[in-house]
Design a binder for this molecule. Structure first.
Ligand code: ADP
Length: 297
């Protein structure tokens, strides 16, 4: 089964064009949607989740025409939005039981079985009777995933799920995602490149409402081979280098800036060739999109 998005466009009443002819084919497994803040990720996620309508375009999940048959899509959808509220004074198992009822699991015994299984799967069984108001960020996100997994969805969307999690919680959350993402379509929307590199067999980079590239991380990285160069420089030299070359990123290495430059050949003496990584793919696309926007303005 595939999620096929074709020519999706959306302009908000404010005039912001959040999506421009977005086309993506997303197979089963984990798909990473990478983009900076304001790229249009949430707009795309909300549109796929049938929470808002596009101006143009189509979305199909297998046989389902998602924009026409919203109910059919919602029956197979699990959605973990960027922000969601939970009643703080309710126990985790009560919250989950409540959502299970909403999802149409009407038999009490079956609900109890499903709730227990999901609490186990998300590693929350030991706190099932604790109020969710006292949960850490990671525990809340895992409960969010448990809610999203109710009703055995075929499509799961998670929007910026690791923001605010500490490294241990983040790791646990990503492991959980990778376990569920075997036979269904899971879309992970994020600006954190590392999350995607670890988990996703396919990725797309979106910037300024447009899909810039899509493919497997390895293929995208390979496409940059021989084109990424690095150099340690003094802080004061940054502006000059930026004026001369396409600087795609600046990393601090023990307090000294190291810049990465995109160029077909050695930019100048002092630069070293590097093995590109997924961050280079991301920053190359994001800076190219910004340069194109600046030129158009
Ligand atoms: P991302 O999730 O990648 O940060 P968004 O989809 O939230 O991107 O936003 C894309 C663009 O659309 C941004 O410029 C944002 O300000 C704008 N935008 C998002 N939601 C709305 C809205 N409800 N009304 C008007 N503009 C919006």
């Amino acid at each position: 089964m595939e999620l096929v998005i074709e020519d999706l466009s959306k302009t908000y009443p404010s005039g912001v064009q959040a999506l421009r002819d977005v086309s993506l084919t997303i197979p089963t497994g984990m798909f990473g949607l990478l983009g900076p803040n304001g790229a249009g990720k949430s707009t795309l996620m909300r549109t796929i989740a049938t929470l808002q309508a596009p101006d143009r375009g189509s979305i199909r999940l297998g046989e389902i025409d998602c924009l026409r048959d919203k109910e059919a899509l919602r029956r197979v959808l699990g959605y973990l939005p960027q922000e969601f509220g939970l009643y703080p004074n309710l126990a985790a198992e009560v919250v989950l039981d409540h959502f299970a009822t909403l999802k149409g699991i009407s038999k009490r015994k079956e609900r109890a079985r499903v709730v227990s299984a999901l609490l186990e799967q998300t590693n929350l069984a030991h706190v099932r009777k604790a109020n969710v108001g006292g949960f850490s960020g990671g525990m809340k996100q895992r409960l969010g995933i448990a809610i999203a997994l109710l009703g055995a969805p075929k499509l799961v969307i998670v929007d910026e799920p690791t923001a605010g999690l500490d490294p241990t919680e983040r790791h646990r959350f990503l492991n959980l995602l990778s376990e569920i993402g075997q036979n269904i379509v899971v879309i992970l929307s994020t600006h954190i490149v590392e999350d995607v590199r670890e988990l996703c067999s396919n990725v797309a980079v979106i910037a300024a409402g447009q899909v810039r590239v899509q493919g497997s991380p390895d293929a995208l990285i390979e496409g940059l081979r021989g084109k990424i160069w690095r150099r340690r420089i003094a802080r004061e030299a940054l502006a000059e280098q930026q004026a001369r070359h396409r600087v795609i990123s600046t990393r601090l290495i023990a307090g000294t800036p190291e810049i990465r430059v995109y160029a077909d050949a050695l930019p100048e003496e002092g630069y070293l060739a590097v093995d590109p990584d997924l961050e280079d793919v991301y920053f190359h696309q994001v800076t190219a999109a910004a340069a194109a926007a600046a030129e158009a303005a």
